[in-house]
Ligand binder design. Structure first.
Ligand code: ADP
Length: 443
């Protein structure tokens, strides 16, 4: 910098001296200034050529401010080069890792077009790299459940649950493979599609379902014969007290086994048919009246108090038999797990979020840690009490399946020694509200 200033003074001094000698001071100063500008211009041109094409042009060897700019620029370039190299290393590490994954990965942009994919995506989904880049994924995978999932994920404003953002369909490259596919938003308007081969899982599940259905079916006939003979023997007036007691225990256990087999067969039926068969508008008020009688029989001389607050005109489009079974399980559970003489409330109403059936008891309640597992088969919060009450441990599993098939959900709220609320919520699309007088006609 200093050198540059000395240089300007030197040129200025020489121009002044020559100007004074020739008596042309102004002209000589002007020529000196033009010389400095031209010299500076040349240095900027060299710098520009080097920046534009660094391989063809050498770095300008200068002093002063131009030299400072070119060295700062050179340092920046070197550090950028290093950063780029590091990023490339990370990228290739990530791509190698993603390619080694057994699941198919596809990155989609905000319009559902393919940005990137791993090797497994080619094997499972038949997508090609780089030929299919920027192709809308909907052009390549046309299965209806995938199309529905794609439009659901792309149109949703809120975060979807893992169940909502996942679907299953046969692999486009091989119909025998079943892919469980999820699409999740992950950054800056990008979406990640993950497809996993679940064929073996589904096969195992089918084997399990068939096994349970077959065993239940095979046990039903011998058990019916056994129960029949026990009843015949119980009618025999000549038996001593000990034999009668043994027969009574045999009858109790065979009844429980029969109930379990019936529930298992019903669950198998639900699992084997994806949709409820024979749906029609079901008047819930009528179902509740029927179930009330069953509940009173179960309550017997415990004399529970029932309070109903039921919309008489609100119907559900669904299977009457399945809904009766689910609601009966819930109301009978309330009776089984509530002390004698206590109150059991049943509400059926509609609000902005759909139709809701609530069964509220102030019975034993359920500890928080059991709540998430209650709908599993044979899961009991209190095994002893359940068996004493003749429970099969399958009631809530049936409720869950029936509700799922009617696009409904089950919410359970409970507190130990305070009571429980079981709430079944049906979407608006399943509800039909008839005019009040029409309901009376039907009743
Ligand atoms: P179970 O035939 O044993 O009643 P369910 O599947 O119907 O089987 O219910 C599972 C478990 O949930 C029951 O064993 C019981 O521990 C608990 N449970 C269900 N309903 C109630 C309720 N209203 N109050 C307290 N516990 C309940």
């Amino acid at each position: 910098m200093k050198e540059e200033i000395y240089r300007y003074f030197l040129v200025g001094g020489i121009a002044t001296a020559i100007g004074l000698m020739l008596n042309q001071l102004l002209l000589c100063l002007l020529i000196g200034a033009v010389a400095i500008i031209f010299w500076q211009y040349n240095r900027f041109r060299l710098l520009y050529n080097w920046i534009r094409q660094p391989k063809k042009n050498p770095m300008p060897y200068t002093t002063g401010v131009i030299s400072d700019i070119s060295s700062a620029f050179d340092r920046l370039k070197k550090s950028n080069r290093q950063r780029k190299k590091r990023l490339q290393q990370y990228m290739s590490q990530f791509q190698r890792g993603a390619s080694a994954l057994p699941d198919a990965l596809v990155i989609l942009d905000g319009q559902g077009q393919i940005e990137w994919l791993n090797g497994t995506a080619k094997r499972y989904l038949g997508i090609h790299w780089p030929g299919d880049i920027k192709t809308p994924i909907s052009n390549l995978i046309r299965h209806p459940s995938f199309t529905d999932l794609l439009s659901e994920v792309y149109s949703s404003d809120s975060e979807l649950t893992p169940e909502q953002s996942t679907t299953e369909f046969p692999a486009p490259v091989d119909e025998r493979l079943v892919l469980s596919t999820s699409i999740v938003p992950y950054a800056n308007g990008l979406y990640l599609l993950i497809a996993r081969d679940v064929t073996r899982l589904i096969d195992t599940n089918t084997i399990r379902k068939d096994f349970v259905a077959n065993v239940s079916h095979e046990l039903k006939t011998p058990l019916t014969v056994f129960k029949g003979y026990v009843e015949v023997l119980q009618d025999n007036k000549n038996l001593d007290e000990q034999s009668l007691k043994a027969l009574s225990v045999m009858s109790e256990h065979s009844n429980r086994m029969h109930a379990i087999i019936e529930d298992l067969l019903f669950l198998s039926k639900l699992e084997h048919e994806p949709e409820p068969t024979g749906t029609s508008p079901v008047l819930v008020a009528e179902l509740i009246t029927e179930i009330h009688q069953v509940a009173q029989t179960v309550s017997g001389n415990q004399k529970h108090i029932f309070k109903f607050d039921v919309n008489p005109n609100l119907m559900i489009e669904g299977s009457g038999d399945e809904l009766r079974s689910a609601f009966t399980n819930l109301i009978v559970n309330a009776v089984k797990y509530t002390p004698a003489g206590e109150l059991i409330k049943v509400h059926w109403y509609r609000n902005k979020s759909g139709g809701h059936l609530e069964i509220i008891d102030n019975g034993a309640g359920i500890a928080e840690r059991h709540l998430s597992r209650l709908t599993e088969r044979f899961y009991r919060a209190d095994a002893g009490r359940s068996r004493d009450k003749g429970g099969t441990g399958l009631g809530l599993a049936i409720v869950k399946h029936v509700l799922q098939r009617h696009e409904a959900t089950l919410a359970i709220k409970s507190e130990l020694q305070v009571g429980s609320t079981f709430r079944c919520s049906f979407p608006d699309s399943r509800l039909i509200e008839i005019k009040p007088d029409a309901s009376r006609l039907k009743a």
